[in-house]
Design a protein around this ligand. Structure first.
Ligand SMILES: [Zn+2]
Length: 282
């Protein structure tokens, strides 16, 4: 059995003490390669560099929390990081001292739940990255979180994506936590759905469980979003500990059980989806 964690924030400071060990720990559990999520220009660059050194993969983009840092140069910097790693263009980039080879553009999207960046700036930063993904024909790694007060992030999110859909290749709504209607709308856009350990949460994840069966087998992707979202059954004494990619096995077993599927079948299906989605050369 082999699983790929499509979203681990491995450059997060929570892993400063044992970043490399995380790779081996995951591998021992049957999880690998890892796809490191880029959430700012600095982190994306660090992720790509670390990925290249350790045979992993990384995305490049700006998270909605960091949208206010978007400026005129951002698109050019992401464009460089998205150049193919091993091609002639990649060699040129490497010669210029830049880091290339991102397997997807993101994490980008809208987060009206925490509003760490003003919403207008979030929309601009998101739309610019969607445009770039359309131009570069790169898959999108998407984040969307609506405010509990009905902030309407999903409406804005779908409106922006629909505008560019015909020019976009693949997209994944990472850490999907939305409603049945929002799931339907994602599937109408032919988006892949990323499921995290959120679904294992007795309280917050309950509504998600009946939705799992509505995700087509060829559109499901698995992720930890580590160090965040440690599945509560894995937290000692209910304390929120650090999540790790190795825990993807637990999440996959949980989902397989809810789907009434054999874990090997689920692993095989999601592995194939991941390789196709990110065009991985394994
Ligand atoms: Zn996210």
């Amino acid at each position: 059995m082999r699983l790929i964690d499509i979203g681990v924030n491995l450059m997060n400071s929570a892993f400063d003490g044992d970043r490399e060990e995380q790779i081996f720990k995951a591998k021992k559990a049957g999880v690998g390669p890892l796809i490191i999520t880029g959430s700012s220009l600095e982190q994306s660059r660090a992720a790509l560099e670390f990925a290249r050194l350790h045979g992993l993969y990384a995305t490049a983009g700006i998270h909605p929390h960091n949208a206010r840092y978007w400026n005129r140069e951002s698109a050019a910097l992401i464009r460089n990081m998205a150049l193919p790693g091993g091609s002639v263009a990649g060699t040129e980039t490497a010669a210029a001292g830049a880091i290339a080879g991102a397997v997807a553009l993101g994490e980008c999207g809208l987060d009206y739940d925490r509003d760490y960046s003003p919403r207008a700036e979030q929309r601009r930063c998101f739309e610019e990255q969607v445009k770039l993904a359309a131009e570069l024909k790169l898959p999108l790694f998407l984040h969307v979180r609506s405010s509990s007060q009905g902030g309407g992030a999903w409406e804005d999110f779908f409106a922006i994506l629909k505008n560019y859909r015909t020019d976009l290749t693949r997209m994944v709504v990472h850490c999907f936590t939305g409603s049945a209607g929002e799931l339907e709308a994602c599937l109408e856009l032919d988006a892949y759905i990323g499921i995290t350990g959120w679904v294992c949460d007795e309280r917050r994840g309950k509504h998600l469980r009946p939705l799992l069966g509505r995700i087509p087998a060829n559109r499901l992707l698995l992720e930890t979003d580590a160090p965040y979202l440690l599945p509560p059954p894995l937290s000692p004494g209910g304390r929120r500990g650090r999540n790790e990619s190795a825990n993807l096995v637990y999440i996959a077993e949980f989902i397989a059980e809810k789907l009434g599927k054999n874990i090997e079948t689920l692993a095989e299906e999601t592995f194939k989806n991941t390789v196709e989605f990110f065009s991985l050369e394994l």
